[in-house]
Design a protein around this ligand. Structure first.
Ligand SMILES: C[S@@+](CC[C@H](N)C(=O)[O-])C[C@H]1O[C@@H](n2cnc3c(N)ncnc32)[C@H](O)[C@@H]1O
Length: 432
């Protein structure tokens, strides 16, 4: 460490040890002002931070000048933040210039500073066009600040439409969902049919398959309550080669689904990885084990994804939580051990009727982490009914759709006796 670096470190550590200055009047800001041209970026930034606690023209002048002259983005950001804390009308023209910065973080800080003067129409007029800003964070910030974070309560949020409660409908999900009114479900958890990999899923092309799923998930979006979650389990699949002259083909299903979900009004939240034990999956690595030739490497696939999305909302999840009585919220708490990483190690299970079922342990986690007691959980591709059985065991209600009569019969054997089994025309009649 050279002398300059060691001296910068010492200054930095004393600046940081100052911590919060509760009564800035008793301090002399000149010591901080003198550090604004220090060669260390970290020292300059820390000095700017401390100066944010003081008011006065000399501070404003020094920080606006530094914002213009400093080459470090970090220092510039700190300048805008400290100047914002001044809440000075004199700085309005400065912030108007700053909102044209190429750094979205700085633009948002400047918007925040200008919003202090939102009573001034000219300030609001200046901010309004930013709702078409090229950066998505800026657009979202403006949408929420100008068009309102909806703070009021929604008495229907925690409610369940009794006509959909503990119901299984046999038919094509697309024919069923059109009969249901918007905002019906609290959580949607599903595993879509695999593309042409099982007998229940034949589509003329991969494009047609993705379009089918897109149609379904658009409806799911309409039917999901504000700010609630959609969890989609899928994995890339491989279709074997017709013969040795051709290659097998791999389809990246979760990534292609992701692409349209985020366009269609879902915010991406998390990618959970379901890891299965090595022995439980198909062996693909055997050939490589023998020949060891590069380009011929094919690992065994021991994972599937659970992609977690939240229906886009100006409200934060805290708002969703506040829509429940304290009693429900407390009883829904995830007590005891819980999974703290995004890699969930769970053994797959097999079913005598269905070839691709959820392990109940997987459903349990999703339902406990993403819904409240009494919520209505929907699985559009119900299969053998694991989501229904687990939802019921966890004090939630369920709504399932499933195309195959054979699988609906399997569901019947797993769900509580009060479950209502309906046809497409029954649901149509009951929802009118
Ligand atoms: C991967 S499986 C779901 C298995 C389920 N998660 C379980 O634990 O049993 C997908 C299911 O979607 C059903 N399906 C396929 N196309 C459908 C459609 N258009 N409407 C409703 N269900 C459909 C299939 O019959 C299949 O049972």
């Amino acid at each position: 460490m050279d002398g300059a670096e060691s001296s910068a470190r010492k200054i930095l550590s004393s600046l940081r040890s100052i911590g919060r200055i509760h009564n800035p009047e008793s301090y002399d800001p000149s010591v901080f002002l003198s550090l604004l041209d220090h060669q260390s970026r970290d020292v300059r930034r820390e000095a700017v931070k401390q100066l944010g606690k003081f008011r006065g023209e000399s501070i404003r002048k020094a920080l606006t000048a530094l914002y213009v002259s400093d080459r470090s983005t970090e220092v510039k950001r700190e300048c805008v933040s400290s100047l914002g804390r001044q809440r000075s009308e004199e700085l309005i023209p400065f912030f108007r210039r700053v909102i044209t910065s190429p750094d979205p973080k700085i633009v948002i800080q400047a918007i925040q500073a200008l919003l202090v003067f939102r009573a001034d129409d000219s300030v609001l007029n200046e901010l309004a066009p930013l709702d078409s800003h090229p950066n998505e964070m800026v657009r979202d910030y403006i949408a929420i600040e100008l068009h309102g974070r909806q703070r009021g309560n929604d008495p229907d949020h925690a409610a369940v439409d009794g006509r959909l409660q503990d119901v299984v409908v046999e038919g094509d999900v697309r024919d069923i969902l059109v009969h249901i009114r918007a905002s019906a479900f609290h959580l949607v958890f599903t595993s879509p049919p695999y593309y042409n990999a099982r007998d229940y899923s034949l589509y003329p092309s991969y494009r047609a398959y993705l379009e089918f799923l897109r149609d379904v998930f658009r409806e799911v979006h309409r039917l999901t309550k504000d700010g609630r979650f959609l969890v989609v389990n899928s994995s890339p699949i491989i279709l074997p080669r017709p013969n040795r002259q051709h290659a097998s083909r791999r389809y990246p299903i979760p990534f292609d689904i992701h692409h349209f979900l985020v366009k269609d009004g879902w915010d991406f939240i998390d990618d959970l990885v379901w890891r299965k034990p090595d022995f439980s999956v198909k062996n693909r690595v055997g050939g490589f084990l023998q020949h060891r030739k590069p380009l011929g490497y094919k690992p065994n696939t021991v994972t599937e994804y659970l992609m977690v999305y939240r229906r886009k909302s100006p409200r934060l999840p805290d708002w969703n939580m506040r829509q429940y009585d304290d009693e429900v919220l407390n009883a829904s708490k995830v007590t005891g051990a819980f999974e703290s990483t995004n890699v969930w190690e769970i053994d797959p299970v097999s079913d005598k009727t269905h070839s691709a079922v959820f392990p109940p342990a997987l459903c349990e986690r999703v339902i406990r982490y993403y819904s409240m007691l009494g919520d209505l959980v929907f699985d559009p591709f119900g299969g053998s009914g694991t989501v229904a059985a687990v939802a019921h065991s966890l004090g939630r209600r369920f709504f399932l759709t499933e195309l195959s009569a054979e699988y609906v019969a399997r569901i019947r054997a797993r769900v509580p006796v009060h479950t209502r089994f309906l046809s497409v025309s029954d649901i149509n009649a009951s929802m009118r």
